[in-house]
Design a protein around this ligand. Structure first.
Ligand SMILES: Cc1cc2nc3c(=O)[nH]c(=O)nc-3n(C[C@H](O)[C@H](O)[C@H](O)COP(=O)(O)OP(=O)(O)OC[C@H]3O[C@@H](n4cnc5c(N)ncnc54)[C@H](O)[C@@H]3O)c2cc1C
Length: 166
């Protein structure tokens, strides 16, 4: 975590700029699944929240810099010698999310999970106007994340079952 919290979120979501500091989410899949790395190796995944493409970040230039800054920071703090031990690396930025997944504004998590777009307030699973049109997954009720997306599919399954198998 960086020293500041609220103003970092402001930089990401309101000012839409790439800050010098960052807060990171780190996951080590090999802790529970050793098929995620060759024997004797480990794998780590780092998520760094950044502005989506509504900001003016020059991702072609900044992406690699950011990756290097993250590795350097981790090496200096909780993962000593990381820089020297990496054998394989892969990273993505919002431009890739747009290009590879057709995601609006290169967003990684669909519409923002603010109060008025969360849970019941998220896009409903049944279209308001078009009969027999249903929505599931991250942008719809109940929300993003694998548990949310699977629940959303369950909701749609139940609606369809109750509609068509009376
Ligand atoms: C970096 C990151 C880390 C995450 N970490 C976690 C985590 O630790 N735990 C967790 O629970 N969730 C996590 N999530 C969230 C979770 O991955 C998503 O909420 C979930 O994958 C969304 O599922 P989805 O089916 O809605 O969309 P997606 O998985 O994005 O699938 C949509 C698919 O539709 C395709 N597509 C788009 N347009 C078209 C088109 N016109 N025609 C055909 N196909 C199209 C895309 O290419 C894509 O394959 C993370 C997300 C990100 C970005």
């Amino acid at each position: 975590m960086t020293e500041r919290f609220k103003s970092l979120l402001h930089d990401i979501f309101k000012n839409k700029i790439l800050s010098k500091d960052f807060s990171l989410y780190i996951h080590r899949p090999t802790a529970t699944d050793n098929s995620f790395a060759p024997e004797g190796c480990d794998s780590f995944y780092v998520l760094c929240p950044v502005p989506n493409l509504q900001g003016n970040v020059e991702w072609d230039k900044e992406s690699e810099n950011l990756k290097d800054r993250i590795i350097s920071e981790l090496s200096k703090t909780i993962m000593p010698k990381l820089e020297e031990t990496i054998t394989d690396i892969f990273w993505m930025n919002p431009k890739d999310f747009k290009q590879d997944y057709n995601s609006m504004h290169g967003s990684g998590f669909s519409i923002a999970p603010i109060f008025t777009q969360s849970a019941w307030f998220r896009y409903h699973n049944r279209d308001k106007k078009i009969k027999n049109l249903f929505f599931s997954a991250a942008g719809s009720h109940p929300g993003a994340g694998i548990p949310g997306v699977l629940s959303s599919a369950k909701v749609v399954e139940n609606i369809i079952k109750s509609e068509f198998h009376k």
